[in-house]
Design a protein around this ligand. Structure first.
Ligand SMILES: [Zn+2]
Length: 59
């Protein structure tokens, strides 16, 4: 998912809670990163496991 798609998702999702069921690598040409984006809400986190800890925090 590229950066602008993630930004669009975040705008649509707003402040609702999200369990981040699935994340995928953030792709931005010229900006290699270790960031992963939630495909549901568009939240960006570092690494490919951040959603599992965030999910625990929700419970
Ligand atoms: Zn999410």
């Amino acid at each position: 998912m590229n950066y602008s798609d993630a930004a669009q998702l975040r705008e649509k999702w707003g402040d609702k809670p999200c369990a981040h069921p699935e994340i995928e690598a953030e792709v931005e040409v010229g900006h290699p990163s270790n960031n992963y984006v939630c495909t549901t809400c568009g939240k960006v986190g570092e690494g490919n496991q951040w959603n599992t800890t965030e999910r625990k925090d929700l419970n």
